[in-house]
Design a protein around this ligand. Structure first.
Ligand code: KG4
Ligand code: ZN
Length: 352
């Protein structure tokens, strides 16, 4: 079974063709990505209108390239999938409309994929992982711990009450004068810094519910930077190192709480899976390896190009849904917000 997957929810335009083999294994035949980082860099973040326009300009070419590199024609496909949200609505509409048009013209099933679900299921493509497992999703837009019990069966254990982890990295980088996107820069500079110089807060530490909070930590970095005023490169390095150490402690403590809640409510997970751009961070990866080693838990870290936004994960989620007979019709509208676990979202909003 062959599916084309299209991703346009943020600042990456991506298209990929993935094959589902009879035994259940997946094979990536092509995986094309075009990043818009250069177009947004001058603004220090993603500008929705620029993103939507940039998606329109490259999407046709990118889809063509994904088909060519996979050595397949539209007629060979068994379905066309697109991320229908959550994300920036202008961009989502571009990918969704393209996928619908291709499906309609080639008379193939259309599959609307939840972008978060695609991140969640990637470990089944890379490692043929069986359900259930614990997912830590840490990106620029999302920070969640989720029990992945089956296709479409997700239990959100915890999430951030304010900033996403990647967002906190980006904001700290910006306030310290480092270029966008900030995560990789903060990591690089932190390697030269003293992680114990600043005693920064670890919000939520010790709480039983595996939620995250990053904004207090971010503010603490700002206050320290303002106190010092003219920052030397050493100050910047020490602030980055101290911030990253606080994030590492927070992620491990929250993962421990998430694992405990998983074991209480779902049972024994087959693994812990980490996804999202922040999973590229070496200090975070090493800490998670230690944590999983101590907890007797298998750790699955998909390769960085499959942790960040890509088309293969959309195609794979499309394949998982298609093989269960789950397809969508042309009335499916873009969803700027689309929680993986609607119950958790309703409870959360009720409280707020
Ligand atoms: O998953 P992703 O590519 O895009 C979405 O947000 O969906 O994640 C991008 C985020 C950015 O906030 C970026 O700063 C962060 O991941 N990031 C990192 C690192 N590489 C990327 N954060 C910390 N350390 C890194 N090495
Ligand atoms: Zn993503």
């Amino acid at each position: 079974m062959l599916v084309l997957g299209i991703e346009t929810t943020c600042d990456e335009t991506a298209a990929a063709v993935v094959r589902l083999q009879p035994g259940g294994a997946g094979e990536i035949l092509s995986n094309e990505v075009m990043s818009q980082i250069a177009e947004h860099a001058a603004y220090g973040g993603v500008v929705p209108e620029i993103a939507a326009r940039a998606h329109i300009e490259v999407i046709d070419r990118l889809v063509q390239r994904a088909l060519e590199h996979a050595g397949v024609k539209l007629a060979d496909l068994d379905g066309v999938a697109a991320a229908a949200g959550p994300g920036l609505i202008g961009g989502v509409i571009v990918g969704l409309t393209t996928a619908k048009a291709l499906a309609l013209a080639s008379r193939k099933p259309f599959i609307a994929v939840n972008h978060l679900e695609a991140h969640a299921l990637t470990a089944r493509l890379t490692d043929e992982l069986a359900f259930p497992y614990l997912l830590l999703l840490v990106s620029g837009g999302h920070t969640q711990l989720v029990a992945i019990k089956g296709v479409g069966d997700y239990l959100r254990l915890g999430s951030t009450v304010d900033d996403a982890v990647g967002e906190a990295f980006d904001k700290v980088a910006k306030m310290l004068g480092l270029p966008y996107p900030g995560g990789p820069q903060v990591e690089k500079v932190a390697a030269e810094g003293n992680a114990t110089r600043f005693d920064l807060p670890r919000p939520m530490l010790g709480r039983a519910k595996p939620d995250f909070s990053l904004s207090g930590l971010k503010t603490a970095v700002r206050l320290e930077a303002q106190r010092i005023a003219a920052l030397t490169p050493t100050d910047v390095a020490d602030l980055c190192a101290s911030f990253q150490a606080a994030v590492v402690d927070t992620i491990i403590d929250r993962s421990r709480a998430g694992l405990r809640l998983f074991r209480e409510t779902v049972g024994a997970p087959n693994a812990m899976v980490v996804a999202g751009g922040v999973a590229a961070n070496g200090a975070i990866r090493r800490a998670l390896m230690r944590f999983c080693g101590e907890s007797g838990l298998r750790l699955v870290l998909p390769p960085p190009q499959l942790c960040t936004d890509n088309g293969a994960m959309i195609a794979w989620a499309g394949l998982e849904r298609l093989s269960l007979g789950l397809t969508d019709d042309m009335t499916f509208a873009a969803r700027p917000r689309w929680p993986l676990d609607a119950n958790a979202e309703a409870a959360h909003n009720g409280k707020a």
